[in-house]
Write a protein that binds this ligand. Structure first.
Ligand code: HEM
Length: 497
């Protein structure tokens, strides 16, 4: 038995105990127990002072956090059943929406600060049902305390989710400093401060310095940019060409290139599904009903009766496995718009064989937009043909997305040990801690107490099976997975753009 194996088993053992605690605390089937921590009713919460946070972060065992997140992710809970038995896609969306508020126009926004827990961000329409994700993560925050900031927890949950579903992420940095309330996000709107300093004349056509075209959304309207209907009302227009222009404008305000934009959209939508079971809506936001936000007005409001965005369906045939299917199907099928069950325009393939899995897939107008713009379409073609190019681009773009913005502790640490210049910190001139942590590949822990070690030997037989499975599915090399997961296209399979 190698020390590495022993350390791995200890992590699994600790994580399993932690899950038992999570499960036993989860006795209210309607509201996840962590709701009031992920979405504090008072709208504020004290944060540790810099010295306390720095010391706690230095001592934080990121490997142990990752192990707990991995188990939490595949343990569906009654309060919010996991689609496909996996919270990974929900956590990816959480990390993306927390990070996607960043704008390069003035450096405001981003996940650093963890302000998605507070107004105004927590009540943005785009953040519907993310109160559930934050609540599910509370036991991890509770266990690791001050050293694990909410900003780190949200981004690490998304990053671990991608990795555990076979994705190509290679870097993660911890050390985002939390804010005690949402005041730093007031300027992002909607708020009197934003109306004063950065008014948006037509919602859906908001200009710089605002990061999004629409208040309360991360970037652009998924259904398409707004246009005036016959009554002069501004409504979403499912026009992919105009949508592409909107995407370039909005992603550009965040400092993202075309390649990064396409990689992020196709990589994000490799996972999960959209939720719009019926047109009734999600119900009151946290600003309107903080004790039970967005209860959902379609039946039980959860599982297959969930309403989040009002679109319905999944993008790929394997929504909890990383691959480049998003691009392959986008190119290989014609997509037609139709009114979905949630009352919004969405797209379905017209030339897929009836009854086959692809026939049931969906696209948003923003997805279809990627083949209605010459530059985007070339990148889509590349990513459909060369999966490793897609992997590489996504890896870099995801890191940028989740790392931009906010303030960082002087004890911040990255898995590679590299110094990241974009990390602002209050302590000018400070450098990244040299003691890099190895996060996504488990390594030997030298500080194992002998008594604990002996106890673990007795218990590890019960966990050997689990260790084997996790080793295969989570820690297995990405290169090995590639051959099974990624679709490879022959040149003549491609539709010329
Ligand atoms: C133009 C930009 C984008 C738009 C308009 C958009 C829009 C949407 C919408 C409407 C949903 C459905 C939400 C629901 O009903 O549950 C969704 C889901 C999702 N999005 Fe995006 N998205 C964009 C980009 C991204 C990016 C960049 C990522 C991550 C890198 C991402 C990751 C996800 C994931 C993982 C889900 C599935 C969540 C789940 O299964 O619960 N999206 N997106």
């Amino acid at each position: 038995m190698t020390g590495k194996m022993l350390a791995r088993l200890m992590l699994l053992f600790g994580a399993s105990l932690f899950l038992l605690v999570v499960q036993s605390a989860n006795n209210n089937n309607n509201v996840c127990p962590g709701l009031e921590h992920g979405t504090p009713p008072s709208g504020q919460e004290a944060v540790p002072d810099a010295a306390t946070y720095d010391a706690a972060l230095k001592a934080l065992d990121l490997q142990a956090v990752v192990a707990d997140l991995q188990l939490l992710m595949t343990t569906s809970q009654e309060c919010w059943p996991a689609d496909f038995g996996h919270y990974g896609p929900l956590f990816v969306r959480l990390a993306w929406h927390c990070s996607g508020s960043f704008r390069s126009t003035d450096g405001r926004g981003g996940c650093g600060g963890g302000r998605q827990r507070f107004e105004p961000e927590r009540s943005w329409a785009d953040n519907t049902n993310l109160d559930k994700a934050r609540g599910l993560l509370w036991p991890v925050k509770e266990k690791f305390g001050d050293g694990l900031s909410w900003g780190d927890l949200f981004t690490l949950a998304g990053t671990t989710a991608i990795k555990s579903m076979g994705g190509p992420v290679t870097e993660y940095c911890a050390g985002r400093v939390d804010d005690p309330d949402g005041s730093e996000s007031e300027i992002l709107g909607p708020s009197p401060e934003q109306e004063r300093d950065a008014p948006c004349e037509i919602d859906g056509k908001c200009q710089k310095p605002l990061g999004a075209t629409t208040l309360g959304l991360i970037y652009v309207n998924p259904e398409g940019p707004v246009a005036q209907d016959e009554d002069g009302k501004w409504v979403p227009d499912p026009n992919p060409t105009r949508s592409a222009a909107d995407i370039r404008d909005a992603f550009g305000r965040m400092g993202l290139s075309d390649e990064q934009t396409v990689a992020l959209i196709g990589g994000g939508h490799a996972f999960g599904k959209a939720h719009g079971a019926c047109p009734a809506g999600a119900g009151p936001s946290p600003a309107e009903q903080v004790s039970n936000p967005w209860p959902g007005l379609c039946g039980s409001g959860k599982g297959n009766e969930t309403f989040t965005s009002g679109f319905e369906g999944q993008w790929t045939t394997e929504p909890t496995r990383w691959n480049n299917e998003f691009f392959v199907h986008l190119r290989n099928h014609n997509w037609e718009k139709h009114m979905g069950p949630g009352g919004h325009w969405q797209w379905r393939p017209t030339n897929a064989e009836e009854g086959c899995k692809v026939a049931g897939l969906m696209r948003l107008t923003v997805d279809v937009a990627l083949v209605h713009d010459r530059k985007y379409a070339h990148i889509v073609r590349d990513f459909a043909m060369y999966p490793r190019k897609f992997d590489h681009a996504f890896d870099k773009a995801w890191f940028k997305l989740t790392t931009d913005g906010g303030y960082w502790s002087k004890e911040r640490k990255c898995i590679s040990g590299k110094q990241i210049p974009s990390m602002r910190s209050d302590d000018d001139g400070d450098h990244l801690a040299a003691d890099a942590v190895e996060l996504l590949a488990v390594q030997q822990h030298s500080s194992v107490s002998p008594i604990f070690g002996v106890s673990v030997i007795f218990m590890m037989f019960g966990f050997l099976g689990m260790a084997f499975l996790l080793n295969k599915h989570v820690f297995g090399s990405h290169a090995a997975d590639d051959d099974q997961l990624l679709l490879h296209l022959a040149d003549d399979d491609l539709i010329s753009s």
